[in-house]
Every structure is written in C-alpha cells, then in structure tokens.
Design a protein around this ligand. Structure first.
Ligand SMILES: Nc1ncnc2c1ncn2[C@@H]1O[C@H](COP(=O)(O)OP(=O)(O)OP(=O)(O)O)[C@@H](O)[C@H]1O
Length: 365
C-alpha cells in the first residue's frame, strides 16, 4: 500500500480554475496596474522568485488579477495519480511514494495539467492546511494514513492567501516552515509524514487593516504597492470593461481571447528561454551595489533582484540582462527589504540607489 492510496480527491481544495471559466475576468483585460501584472507573470515564469504580495487599497483589482492569473499559467507534467503532482522526471523533487515506484522501475502515469491557483482561506483549520494523519488506523493496521491538505494541492502551484495580514499566527508559522523547507512535515503523537510543498506564495492585503509579520514579508520575493488608477480615461475604461463583462461574460472573454493566448504563449516561451539568459559582470555588480547602498540585510535582495531581472529578460525575448531590465524590477524586489529607521530624515529609496550606483559604475540604461 502506498502512502497516498487514501487521498480523497473529492475533498480537494477549490481552485480558481474550478470556477466556471465564464465567471473569470480575463487577466489581459485588467487596465493599467502594469507592475502588479508583471510581478504575477514573472513568478509564473520563474517560481524561484519567491512569490508576490499585492498591497493596496480596496477595489484595485488585486484579487481579480490573482484569480485571472490561473488562465494564463503554464502547463506542467505531473504524475497523474499523485496527490502532490510530482514531476515525473525529477526524482529529487518527488514524494516518497513516487520515488519508491520510480526506483522499483515502475512506469509512472504522466499527465499534463495547467498550474493552478489554490486558495488558502483565512478560516482553514491547521489539519485542512497541512493534512491529517489517521492515528487510529495507523495504530490498528500499522499503516500510515495521510489525508492530504491544501499544501499538498499547492505543490508546484500558486498558493493564494487573500487578506494574508489577517492570517492566524499558527498558520503563518506553518507557511513559513513549508516555504523555507519546500516540504510539509506533519507530526502527530510520534507518527510523522512528509511531502514536497514547493509553491508560489501570492498574498493580497489592504495595509489599512493591519501589518504583516516581518518574517512573512521577507519571504515574499516581490511586493507591489498598488494605488487606484487616477487617470480619468483609464477609470472610464475600467468601469466600461466591468459593465461589458457583467452584461455578456462570454462575449467579453471572446474579445480578449487572442491577447490571453498570446500571453500564455509568451509565458511558456519565457520559461523555455530562462536558463539561457546571461547576467554580465557589470550588471551583477550593479545588483550587488544597489543592495550594499541600501544596506539590505542578507543576500535575499541580491538573489531576488537578479532572478526577477533575468526572468523579465526572458519575457521580453532578451538573451542578456541590461541595467534597464534591472531598473524595472528594483522597486518590487527591494522596497520591502529597506530598513525604515524611526528618526531617519530622508527616506531610503530603492530607485535613487539604483540610479546612483548605475552612474558610479558608468553604465548606460
Ligand atoms: N485596473 C482595473 N482593471 C479592471 N478592473 C478593475 C481594475 N481595478 C478595479 N477593477 C474592478 O474593480 C472591482 C474590484 O476589484 P477586486 O475585487 O479585484 O479588488 P481588490 O483589490 O482585490 O480589493 P478587495 O480586497 O476589496 O476585493 C472588480 O470588479 C474589478 O474588475
């Protein structure tokens, strides 16, 4: 018997893809908010960027964008009967059961599936999130009985927490542990179970409703601060598009079908190209210099900025990262890592640091 024979697919968490497609506002129909859309797309291309937090006032299309992302996410090859959707060709990233089967020379059933947006509701119980072990059965039958939870479903997918700043502390701890280790470990009375849990964490929040714990903030690769659209023409366009969508969802979605397909194709092409994108020595120095200038703790800032810039290069069909590409992702990669000292006279500014360091190194945009 394998560890996941008892996965009950009927209790799988709801995903944005489950919602009937005709209810989803198309990603490409979102007006303006380019930084938000770019941050989501970059993570879809390269999950190693580490997720994104969308922070801003109510009604600025944050949750609309996350739900819409589901439709442009790339396809994945998965082991068809595995509750964690293990990658069929990468034993190092497999769960124990898939690895055992692969080691025994079994042919694993393979299926192509689109990446999904999996919801983590604020009121979810810990068991629902991490999964549960049926201790009675474990004792009686000497078998491990594990009921996979939301983190199982989230493996290799997007895990979405709306109002992430209101998430209970114990769930925040669970998320931080899983995000740090890339796996979910469940322990109950001496019985333990573990499975891979690599996910793109996407959170949305309204800062007026409370702050996020700094450890959790630091975990997000990118953070976008979103403001409402102020340009009158764009505001008119937003309400017209929303009205058109509500009046005739299918017709509206049809209008954006080509743009949606183009974006999906660009994301897939960027994924294929990503490994070949190069970071020249002077651009690597620029990235390091900006982090030093801003006195950012640790190296997560350097690493994320480099990954985001490489991924943007791949999205734009470039083979080399330029200072211009670094500039376009500097704010989202670094702003939330800046030290805000209480009596500081001048605000540290990621963009100002970028321009200073670029000038010092004598680099063109
Ligand atoms: N830039 C935009 N383009 C298209 N629609 C928009 C835009 N900004 C807001 N909207 C529309 O405004 C409504 C509210 O958006 P949404 O629910 O995504 O907001 P939110 O930022 O997640 O805030 P809340 O937490 O209040 O839900 C939606 O109907 C959405 O389509």
């Amino acid at each position: 018997m394998t560890d996941h024979d008892h996965a009950d697919v009927s209790t799988a968490p709801t995903t944005a893809r489950d919602a009937s497609a005709s209810r989803t506002f198309p990603f490409t129909a979102i007006v303006d908010q380019e930084e938000m859309k770019r941050a989501l797309v970059l993570n879809a291309i390269n999950p190693a960027i580490g997720g994104v937090l969308l922070r801003g006032e109510r009604g600025t299309a944050k949750s609309t964008a996350v739900r819409a992302l589901a439709e442009v996410l790339p396809d994945l090859e998965v082991v068809a009967d595995c509750p964690y959707g293990c990658p069929p060709d990468v034993p190092a990233e497999m769960c124990g059961s898939c690895r055992e089967r692969a080691d025994a020379g079994a042919e694993l059933p393979v299926e192509t599936r689109s990446m999904q947006v999996v919801d983590l509701p604020l009121n979810a119980s810990e068991d629902r999130v991490v999964g549960s072990i049926d201790l009675e059965r474990a004792v009686q039958a000497g078998e491990r009985e594990f009921e996979p939870g939301i983190l199982a479903e989230a493996n290799r997918n997007v895990l979405y927490v709306d109002e992430v700043n209101l998430l209970d502390d114990h769930l925040v701890d669970v998320l931080l542990d899983a995000a740090a280790m890339g796996e979910n470990v469940v322990e109950r009375e001496g019985v333990s179970y573990r499975h891979p849990a690599e996910f793109i964490l996407v959170g949305t929040m309204n800062p007026e409703e409370g702050d996020l714990r700094p450890q959790l903030l630091d975990r997000f690769g990118l953070v976008v601060d979103i403001e409402g659209v102020s340009e009158a023409d764009d505001r008119v366009e937003i309400s017209q598009r929303r009205a058109a969508f509500e009046a005739d969802p299918e017709g509206f979605r049809e209008r954006f079908a080509d743009e949606q397909r183009d974006l999906r194709e660009r994301i897939a092409a960027a994924r294929d190209r990503l490994d070949t994108v190069e970071v020249p020595e002077d651009v690597a120095r620029l990235i390091a210099g900006v982090n030093v200038e801003l006195d950012i703790d640790g190296h997560r800032g350097d690493i994320t900025l480099r990954r985001a810039a490489r991924t943007l290069a791949a999205l734009e069909g470039e083979s080399t990262v330029t200072p211009r590409l670094v500039r376009r992702v500097t704010r989202t990669a670094l702003d939330h890592r800046l030290k805000r000292l209480p009596f500081e006279e001048e605000e540290t500014d990621a963009m100002a640091a970028f321009h200073d360091v670029r000038a010092e190194l004598g680099l063109e945009d």
